[in-house]
Design a protein around this ligand. Structure first.
Ligand code: GDP
Length: 363
């Protein structure tokens, strides 16, 4: 399964945020693949569309889908030089599919900053530099091998040398590999390098309690920097999120009201991480449960059926599909059907984010 890793310098609030994320704790009974690794969190994906469906379809249980978030302990300067722990951090980052980069934007004299004062640009640079240096080593090695292989006029290897040289050039400029625009074939040619700086990144600005909208200069700096590399920024306050995560519904609503916000910023973070991973949801809705399921963008109806049960993929017949909008407009499935808004889709149908589906199969 795919996962996003939380990275950042020590003392920027990674554990606080990771713990708040896992506090809600997905009910493991529904997710048999749940690992017991304490560094891996199975986090429910808050989806307002589930509430809309639930408002129209009476059901026993509403089950959100989940996303896997990995806590990757503090990366420090020199990691790419292969000093013991440094290597391990990089190996852990290599295993995730996207990076949530937590950056300290809060001032608090009680919390020491490993590099001195609060300085988002410097912090981001320290981490990105380590990742770039590690990638340079990877690409150098791969390039050498590809060059040798290219001598025998192997077309594939000749093409690979070209792409790798472009990547090295980018890294040498101090830029992440993801900033290089590559076509699908070029992407395929460098895929086996599993480059750290090729992974999509979302910056998480951990702000002061009194700066929930991220108006401070620190956050502005981070936004500019993220924009330069076409990455996103989510603003949240770790200490507030960890308080919210511990509250029961009624108290939580009260605290949110007091803060003047609709939902915890963590919800926004989880949805953004889900999207960053290229994931989307479809729903099943019935008396027993209303449930969100995860599929990659581009998945077909049989592949979606396979997420529910492997047998459903092979024995897929067709899907009856409707949208959340249609449900809101026509009230229930009977209404949708008589309005002619219930679509029958076959094996080649590419599922859209938010589709509500009944899978017909002969399993
Ligand atoms: P990590 O080393 O990056 O995992 O950082 P921690 O989550 O352990 O946080 C380091 C310290 O910063 C702890 O004392 C936290 O309570 C504190 N901290 C985390 N988030 C915030 C925040 O949003 N505001 C303030 N003032 N302190 C925070």
């Amino acid at each position: 399964s795919v996962s996003a890793g939380v990275v950042g310098l020590p003392n920027v609030g990674k554990s606080t945020i990771f713990n708040a994320l896992t506090e809600a704790g997905a009910d493991s009974a529904n997710y048999p693949f749940c690992t017991i690794d304490p560094n891996v969190g199975i986090v429910p994906v808050p989806d307002p569309r589930l509430d809309i469906i639930n408002a129209h379809i009476t059901t026993q249980e509403v089950i959100p889908t989940v996303v896997e978030i990995v806590d990757i302990a503090g990366l420090v300067k020199g990691a790419s030089e292969g000093e013991g722990l440094g290597n391990k951090f990089l190996a852990n980052i290599r295993e995730v599919d996207a990076i949530l980069h937590v950056v300290r934007c809060f001032e608090d004299s009680d919390v020491t900053h490993v590099e001195g004062g609060v300085d988002p640009a410097r912090d981001v640079d320290i981490i990105n530099t380590e990742l770039i240096l590690a990638d340079m080593q990877t690409v150098d090695k791969r390039l050498e091998k590809a060059k040798r292989a290219a001598k025998s006029q192997d077309k594939e290897e000749i093409a690979r040398v070209k792409v790798l040289e472009k990547v090295i050039e980018t890294l040498n400029e101090g830029l992440p590999a993801r900033s290089l625009e590559l076509n699908d074939n070029e992407r395929r040619l460098v895929h086996d390098c599993h480059l750290l700086t090729m992974k999509p990144v979302l910056y998480v600005a951990n702000v002061d309690e009194n700066d929930l909208e991220g108006q401070s200069e620190h956050v502005q700096t981070l936004r500019n920097l993220a924009e330069g590399e076409k990455s996103g920024v989510v603003v949240l306050c770790g200490s507030i999120e960890s308080e919210l995560a511990e509250l029961e519904d009624a108290e939580k609503r009260e605290m949110l009201e007091g803060l003047g916000i609709d939902e915890p910023a963590l919800n926004v973070l989880v949805r953004a991480a889900y999207k960053l991973l290229g994931l989307q949801s479809f729903f099943t809705a019935g008396e027993k449960e209303v449930r969100a399921w995860t599929i990659p963008v581009g998945a077909t109806a049989p592949q979606a059926a396979g997420v529910i049960h492997t047998d459903f993929e092979k024995r897929f017949i067709r899907a009856e599909v409707y949208t959340v909008d249609a449900l809101e407009e026509h009230g229930d499935e009977a209404g949708i059907r008589s309005a002619g808004k219930l679509r029958l889709e076959g094996k080649d149908y590419v599922v859209k984010d938010g589709d509500i589906m009944h899978i017909r199969h002969n399993a």
